[in-house]
Design a protein. Structure first.
Lengths: 364, 309, 281
């Protein structure tokens, strides 16, 4: 039996539809990331499960219980709010222990202390336990809020962008630790984030939500390698995937230039090529069909991100070690790795291709 | 979060109080003012005769004029003094809280007791004020027996008690101001006077409006001080509307007539309460929600500094 | 907080504040020493310094506590009773209404939350005399004149607008998210209010109580009009004393001192409370 189940859930705020026909299920102990751009409805999805909002249509089940008419305090859901919502008049210690003292729980003091220590250690907040929220920085408060959600045995643990405001070091450190902690504690988790790296690092399953509609539900790898549609594809990658429209004659629309496609597909509308799948070569080399002018060179980690202009269309390429020096305004030749390309039809849905094909310069 | 109709029980008590002890008495007063009722409530309908009579009632006219004068003269004086105090107290780094407490004390004393205190202070024979004056200038001033001076005395006492009120609101306003504009101004070499006129005073707009509005409304109600110090006299030179209405209505028993007096007073207060902010907005050409909200915040500051913006 | 202090002229502020302090405090000093004077000290001309011009005595206070006790204690007791009870009731009812107005949406015919608030708070604009003349007639008819119940009722009414106003403001400042967090943590609404809302609103509740206490304690007009003997309050007693006899200023001063102490104490308590709350942010 699924732990969390949404069936045809609709939710609107006035004229704005925040959730449309949302249907999915999660098994016990799943760590599910609700991934989508800002405004996609991620928070709404979490809040609706928590009971902070009512739904207009559909059913929600948690651990087999229907949630539709159940008041918040009986749902056994834990939540870390985006704006922390800490209790200002309690010290950190009391903030964390508060859920464990609720009427339905009434955990013994010794047990509370164990959990407190564990959570405090995980989130590196041991020295903060005797302070008040107003004495803490934003990042510290966020950790307390997270801790308050993690300390319980809730049927569902809802984390709404819980590490968004922390510094980079803490964020990457927490990503791994969180995943471990969530796995260990067996908490069924819904984790909302617009950051795909963060989400995919933690999740065992990803729900892609765009415009209130569920676009894809699969493992992180699957979403990454086979995005269900162009909208999803546009969210993945750093920098994001290049989405290039296809002209009526079947060629890639690159502004003033165009490139033939190695394959003819009916109904093809867009081709998605990851920045890492664009190779840069000397523009004078034979067989180069597309040239681009370098408009920006940026170092990101150990790689270089190069923005190119092909005469009206902007593309981003990413190379780990450039085979030749690249500077602003250089003209370079572009080579596309077609076997790594993604194809999308008129309605933006994915088109799967089978078989090999050959590029025009003979290279695959 | 939605709740059933149980929530109406929450607001029921104040609404019931309002109904029973404000609305109904108000309507009753209006009704009584159109009769010649006595203390038992029994009387005949006489329409607007009371109001017509008030128009030529010398004592009532005097009391009404006095009430207006107490407000129109007293409030600006109290405002200026309160402003001066607020500005200067704000310049202290240490001991602010104690100073503020000291300044506020007169506000805490029951108006009746204030009346008593000053009656003894202003007594020509035995009071310290005249004693000191005698030592300094050789003259004793008949504060309470001379017509003009009695009026002035009431004003002085009223100012003693209510200046702290102005101070309270204005000080809270100053205390919550950001320091950057001031720092910038001093760096630019502005004099303190300039800074006050160009920065402090304008920024105190909402606070000033709140202070004058609230104090103004209160000022029309003046009673206790006049009752104790002069009893309205000498003659009826210092009497206020409330006092006259009290004497007429509940002492002499002309309840209907007294009711009519209170209605006039009510209309005056309402007129002031509605027109004054409107006029200010017009004059300063400041409209909109931010100004109104700022004024509200400052009205809330009358809760003795507890609620800050 | 320190905006206006920059560049302040150091000597002028001392002068101004000192002048006002003298003006404000001298009258209080005066009745303080008058309360400790013998009649002859008063009638032989104003004396200023205890121990120098005259010898302080506790005669007045002793008189108040013994011979004059009847009226004085009666009035004092009533004042304490009314101030405390009206404070409690107005805060209680005010808090309920404030919570409702701050958290829920109301619809009474065409009226919504803000309209309801306005109705309750606008009563402050009405001069008490307007209602009291009619109230006198009503109370007379209902037999509530000069009764404890009648006065507690009227003083609760008197303080409700301020309580509602203050507390609505206070509760609105508590982010609803904190209550939601408590709900999610497993606490039903009543418990949320008990453990979260009330502690956080406590400064407002205390402020409302103190203010109600002070206003009731200092009231004269309502007590004058609606009481005679049974339910009369301290200000009424003081006024009656000075009407009936030669100015027995030593007694009146002593009574005045007693009348001044509670509000001033309430003010400093309130102030300290606000200070503490400021620090907690």
């Amino acid at each position: 039996m699924a732990k969390i189940e949404f069936r045809n859930v609709d939710k609107s705020f006035g004229q704005v539809a925040a959730l449309r026909d949302v249907t999915f299920s999660c098994a016990d102990r799943d760590i599910v990331v609700v991934f989508g751009p800002p405004g996609a409805g991620k928070s709404t999805l979490l809040r609706v499960l928590a009971g902070l909002e009512d739904i207009d249509r559909g059913e929600i089940y948690l651990n087999g219980r229907a949630m539709n008419d159940l008041p918040i305090h009986r749902r056994n859901v834990a939540m870390a709010f985006e704006n922390y919502a800490l209790y200002p008049h309690f010290k950190v210690r009391a903030n964390l222990e508060f859920p464990l003292k609720a009427p339905a729980v009434r955990m013994a003091a010794a047990q509370r202390r164990t959990r407190l220590e564990r959570v405090a250690k995980l989130l590196e907040i041991e020295e903060l336990l005797d302070r008040y929220p107003h004495q803490l920085s934003g990042g510290q408060r966020q950790r307390i809020s997270l801790g308050r959600a993690l300390i319980r045995d809730a049927d569902a643990t809802l984390l709404d962008e819980p590490i968004a405001h922390l510094d980079a070091r803490l964020r990457s450190a927490l990503r791994g630790d969180l995943r471990l902690y969530l796995r260990e504690s067996g908490a069924t988790t819904l984790y909302a984030t617009p950051d795909f790296q963060e989400g995919f690092a933690i999740a065992s399953k990803v729900i892609v939500l765009i415009g209130g509609v569920v676009r894809q539900i699969s493992s992180p790898d699957e979403v990454f390698s086979r995005p269900a549609d162009a909208h999803v594809a546009a969210l993945i990658g750093d920098p994001a995937m290049n989405l290039i429209p296809v002209r009526a004659d079947g060629r890639l629309d690159l502004g003033e230039q165009s490139s033939p496609l190695p394959v003819r597909i009916n109904g093809l509308a867009q081709v998605g090529i990851r920045p890492g799948d664009i190779g840069l070569v000397d523009s004078t080399r034979s067989g180069v069909v597309v040239k681009g002018r370098v408009t920006l060179v940026e170092r990101v980690g150990s790689a270089l991100v190069i923005n190119l202009d092909t005469g009206g269309r902007a593309l981003a390429a990413k190379v780990d070690a450039p085979s030749m020096p690249v500077t602003l305004d250089d003209i370079v030749g572009l080579v596309f790795r077609w076997d790594a390309a993604h194809f999308f039809g008129q309605d933006a849905t994915r088109i799967d291709i089978r078989g090999d094909f050959v590029t025009t310069d003979g290279r695959l | 979060m939605k709740v059933s109709s149980a929530k109406y029980f929450l607001v029921a008590p104040p609404l019931l109080f309002f109904l029973a002890l404000s609305l109904i008495p108000l309507l009753l007063t209006l009704g009584l003012s159109l009769t010649d009722a006595d203390l038992s409530g029994a009387g005949n309908w006489i329409g607007l005769s009371n109001y017509k009579a008030l128009w030529s009632d010398r004592i009532f006219l005097r009391s009404y004029l006095n009430t207006l004068e107490y407000a129109v003269i007293g409030v600006p004086v109290q405002y200026v003094l309160g402003l001066v105090l607020a500005v200067f107290v704000a310049q202290f780094q240490h001991g602010r809280r104690l100073l503020r407490l000291i300044v506020l004390i007169p506000l805490m004393v029951a108006p009746l007791v204030v009346g008593f205190i000053w009656k003894t202070m202003l007594d020509s024979r035995l009071g310290p004020v005249d004693d000191l004056l005698r030592h300094l200038t050789g003259i004793a001033v008949p504060w309470l027996t001379d017509e003009t001076l009695a009026f002035v005395s009431i004003l002085v006492v009223d100012t003693w008690q209510w200046t702290p009120f102005m101070f309270l609101i204005l000080f809270a306003g100053i205390a919550s101001m950001p320091r950057e504009p001031f720092e910038a101004a001093y760096v630019d070499g502005a004099s303190r006077w300039r800074v006050f006129w160009d920065i402090t005073f304008p920024m105190l707009g909402p606070a000033s409006l709140a202070a004058v509005l609230l104090r103004g409304i209160e000022a029309f109600k003046i009673f206790d001080i006049v009752y104790y110090i002069t009893g309205g006299g000498p003659g009826s030179v210092t009497t206020s509307t409330t006092l006259t209405a009290y004497f007429t209505g509940l002492r002499s028993g002309h309840v209907g007539y007294g009711a009519a007096m209170t209605v006039i007073l009510l209309l005056t207060v309402i007129a002031f309460g509605s027109l004054f902010p409107f006029a200010v907005k017009l004059i300063t050409r400041q409209r909109g929600k931010t100004f109104a909200r700022a004024v509200n915040r400052n009205i809330a500051a009358t809760n003795f500094g507890g609620v800050r913006a | 907080m320190s905006a206006a202090k920059i560049g302040g002229n150091s000597s002028l502020r001392y002068v101004v504040v000192l002048l006002w302090a003298v003006f404000a405090l001298f009258p209080l000093y005066w009745i303080l020493i008058t309360a400790f004077k013998l009649p002859k000290d008063i009638f032989r001309g104003p004396f200023y310094l205890p121990g120098v011009d005259f010898f302080p005595t506790t005669n007045s206070f002793r008189y108040l506590l013994t011979t004059g006790s009847g009226d004085f204690f009666h009035g004092l007791g009533n004042s304490v009773l009314f101030a405390t009870t009206s404070g409690i009731f107005s805060v209680l009812f005010g808090a309920f209404a404030a919570y409702g107005l701050a958290r829920y949406e109301y619809r009474l015919g065409p009226m919504k939350n803000d309209d309801i608030s306005f109705f309750i708070v606008s009563q402050r604009m009405m001069p008490p005399i307007v209602a009291v003349i009619a109230l006198f007639v009503m109370y007379r008819w209902l037999g509530l004149l000069d009764t404890y119940f009648g006065m507690i009722l009227i003083y609760t009414w008197y303080n409700l607008p301020l309580s509602v106003y203050l507390l609505t403001d206070f509760i609105k400042r508590i982010p609803p998210d904190i209550e939601y967090a408590a709900a999610i943590d497993g606490y039903d609404r009543v418990r949320q209010i008990l453990f979260i809302t009330v502690p956080l609103a406590f400064p407002g509740i205390a402020a409302a109580f103190f203010l109600a206490f002070i206003f009731t304690w200092n009231d004269f007009l309502l007590a004058l009009m609606l009481t005679f003997q049974n339910a009369k309050t301290l200000p009424v007693v003081i006024a009656a004393w000075s009407a009936n006899m030669d100015p027995r200023w030593w007694l009146l001063s002593a009574a005045g001192i007693v009348a001044v102490i509670p509000p001033v104490a309430a003010l400093s308590l309130l102030d300290r409370l606000m200070e503490r709350r400021e620090r907690m942010g």
